[in-house]
Design a protein around this ligand. Structure first.
Ligand code: KIV
Length: 281
């Protein structure tokens, strides 16, 4: 019989209660192996719709579908044991009406086992957030640069500079008042992110925002340096996996061409005794 303590799974109320306390650590994940690594260290794991650009080579998140979110959500769920799992609602799955949003959010929760959904927008989407949260669907908001609105913004630009600051603040307030348990603030000036953090009573999760937010989130592939040709200012790289992978693949190609791979330790003998023990497959 095992006497190990059962693992406490973080819930939306746990995250909500962290307002103003130790910073919340959040990362995206899209696959089981990465979810396992991230779970160990993070409070929140987001299956972001960034999956479309990161894993499927899409030009924006606009082409991401419910089926893609369900498939990656299921994969991530298998890798988690303690972090709160949040799944992004893809473009077109929630904007039409609160009822449409409920149908799709409930499907994401039912099919992936996530405990909350994230949707983009402020005042314009507040009624939908209120509708969902009143019906057992915890919601994480997302204001500032909301990538699904890239075409209306005219690019992935910093939002809320100068006179535009008040509109982003109003969006964050609307999301909080509608019942969201936390809100992502993306790509806004540091001073505005601090203002929002002081103005709302739910945790703010910054990305390209401020160290004074209640938590931080990054796209996991960005902070691991998977892409050698993409390095936004707001990403700190903690590894150079893309460069390491390039070097490893080049070394493999060289080994194959020069017949250095496979070596004697990678091939099978005619009799099991012909190879060191443990190497027979
Ligand atoms: O889709 C995503 O990964 C996100 C985070 C960057 C916040 O929305």
């Amino acid at each position: 019989m095992s006497h190990s303590k059962p693992v406490k799974v973080l819930t939306p109320p746990d995250i909500r209660a962290r307002k103003g306390k130790t910073p919340l650590v959040c990362l995206t994940a899209y696959t089981t192996p990465i979810a396992k690594l991230v779970d160990e260290h993070c409070d929140i794991v987001l299956v972001g719709d960034s999956v479309g650009m990161v894993m499927h080579g899409l030009a924006s998140t606009l082409e991401v579908t419910m089926d893609m979110m369900v498939m990656h959500g299921k994969a991530v769920r298998r890798g988690l044991s303690k972090a709160l799992m949040v799944v992004d609602m893809p473009f077109g799955s929630y904007e039409e009406s609160p009822e449409q949003a409920f149908r799709n959010a409930a499907a994401l929760m039912r099919e992936t086992g996530c405990a909350a959904v994230k949707l983009e927008g402020g005042g314009a989407i507040a009624e939908t957030i209120r509708y969902l949260t009143a019906r057992a669907i915890p919601v994480m908001g997302h204001v500032g640069l909301t990538p699904q609105s890239v075409n209306t913004f005219g690019g992935y630009k910093v939002q809320g500079r100068g006179a535009d600051a008040d509109a982003v603040l109003a969006d964050a307030r609307a999301v909080a008042e509608a019942g969201a348990f936390s809100v992502v603030i993306e790509k806004v000036p540091d001073i505005l992110a601090r203002r929002i953090t002081g103005a709302v009573d739910i945790p703010t999760i910054g990305i390209g925002a401020s160290a004074q937010c209640d938590g931080q989130i990054l796209v996991v592939d960005d902070m691991l340096g998977v892409f050698t040709d993409f390095h936004p200012k707001f990403v700190k790289r903690y590894a150079e996996l893309g460069k390491m992978a390039e070097e490893a693949i080049a070394a493999y190609a060289e080994d194959v061409r020069s017949r250095r791979f496979p070596g004697p330790e990678h091939v099978f003998g005619d009799s099991p005794k012909a190879l060191p023990s443990g190497t027979e497959g």
